[in-house]
Design a protein around this ligand. Structure first.
Ligand code: AMP
Ligand code: GLY
Length: 417
């Protein structure tokens, strides 16, 4: 079995590692990949989406796994091009990936299908947005497009709202686009990942992302400074209501709207006092949640994804470890505002009870590693309890050093419930 994974970050490093451990023993390739990923998956000669399709055809690739979202909506769309060329793809077509690419599309989908979500108004100018806010703070402002995690602002007051609207409408920081003015929800957040194959689904171990840069959940929002994952993260009755009120209606909505879906779907939820509500959909696994969840996956992920991409949900191929997984992200100096590269990373040998996934590293000619991005590494460990898994992950993370290293010391320890 030949599998090509699309992406280059820590999420794809975790996916490729888990695929490599599958009993099916697939031959793995990655585009665009990274030095760390290329230790387990081979590079391609492709330079863009079109040449990637030609490369996959020439190399008889059996399955394309979409790790990163951007390719799903680029050009004609990764999954669409795969379908046109008879390549099974684990990842949805462009029309369905609008659930992630357009916040307005997602909001309309949620409202149309009666799925619980915050009320929102779409606006096209700064003045219209201020009118929609109508003096109600805190408010949530969302740029309607892909903005690398920077397009959402939870604004406590008029000053912060004006500043964000100025960035979007006056400075056009993210390009042209509208802004959703959304009701501010409260409660712990949780990420649910489901493998979706047409009208069937399998929920993976739920996870929680630590989005803020600093301990105590302070500081600016980031792509994620760490994560915890466990089947025990959410009580069974809450999980049952998430499946009944959110996951199943989402699948019914996709079917109703004629939106095909085979791949991972990420439900970003807030467990509000009145029940779970959808904050966002992403048409992929989360990063760094994937790094926390993958070590809990047992079975044959490679055969599972191939079967899924060709229309059958093979629940029998996967199971999940009980217990907890904690992922601690090590980021470079200046993250999230800026990203520094070129700092030498100390020896990456870890104890056997921890794993490491690379998000932004480069391998030097003498085989040492240096930093090459905002989030650099994720250190992950498992144990029967959250506390024990956190203790292992932090102890392993303590062994790694580079200039300017930033990390949180409360990942897996600070609880949001
Ligand atoms: P998103 O990019 O949609 O995931 O939003 C980023 C973060 O903003 C979320 O993880 C939440 O912490 C926060 N957020 C988004 N929407 C809301 C909302 N309606 N109410 C409160 N917080 C929100
Ligand atoms: N960790 C959040 C995301 O992957 O979007």
């Amino acid at each position: 079995m030949k599998i090509l994974v699309v992406g280059k970050g820590g999420r794809e490093h975790a996916l490729v590692s888990t695929l490599a451990e599958s009993p099916a023993k697939p031959e793995l390739f990655c585009f665009p990949g990274s030095d760390a990923i290329f230790e387990i998956a081979k590079p391609t000669s492709a330079t863009d989406l079109e040449s990637l399709i030609a490369w996959m055809l020439a190399h008889s690739i059996d399955l394309c796994v979409a790790g990163e979202e951007s390719y799903l909506i680029k050009g004609e769309g990764l999954a669409n091009l795969c379908a046109q060329n008879g390549i099974p793809c684990w990842g949805p077509p462009k029309e369905s990936a609008q659930l992630e690419a357009s916040k307005e599309f997602a909001k309309n989908f949620l409202l149309r299908h009666g799925i619980p979500t915050a009320r929102a108004i779409a606006t096209e100018t700064l003045e219209a947005a201020m009118l929609a806010i109508d003096g109600q703070y805190p408010t949530v402002l969302k740029y309607d497009g892909l903005a690398a995690g920077k397009g959402v602002a939870v604004c406590p007051d008029e000053e912060s709202a004006s500043a964000f609207l100025d960035e979007v409408f006056t400075r056009r920081r993210f390009g042209p686009g509208r802004v959703l003015v959304e009701e501010c929800l409260t409660g712990p957040e949780v990420s649910i990942f489901a493998a979706i194959v047409d009208d069937q689904y399998l929920v993976f171990a739920p996870a929680r992302d630590y989005k803020r840069a600093l301990d105590g959940d302070l500081g600016p929002n980031t792509g994620g400074m760490g994560a915890v994952a466990s089947r025990s993260l959410i009580p069974p009755d809450v999980m049952a209501s998430i499946e009944k009120d959110i996951v199943q209606p989402t699948l019914a909505g996709l079917r109703n709207d004629g939106l095909p879906y085979r791949g991972f779907l990420y439900f970003g939820l807030m467990l509000t006092p009145t029940g779970p509500q959808v904050i966002e959909y992403n048409c992929r696994f989360g990063d760094p949640e994937c790094q926390a969840v993958m070590p809990l996956v047992q079975g044959d992920l490679a055969s599972f994804c191939l079967a899924g991409a060709t229309g059958s949900l093979r629940r029998d191929l996967l199971s999940f470890h009980d217990g907890w997984s904690v992922c601690v992200v090590l980021a470079s100096a200046g993250y999230p505002e800026s990203s520094r590269a070129g700092d030498l990373i100390s020896d990456l040998t870890l104890p056997e009870n921890a794993r490491i996934y690379h998000s932004g590293t480069r391998k030097m000619s003498d085989h040492s590693w240096e930093t090459h991005g905002g989030r650099v590494l994720a250190v992950v460990a498992q144990a029967d309890t959250r506390e024990a898994a956190a203790c292992r992950a932090h102890a392993a993370a303590d062994l790694i050093r580079f200039d300017g290293l930033q990390r949180r010391h409360d990942i897996g320890i600070l609880n949001f419930d």
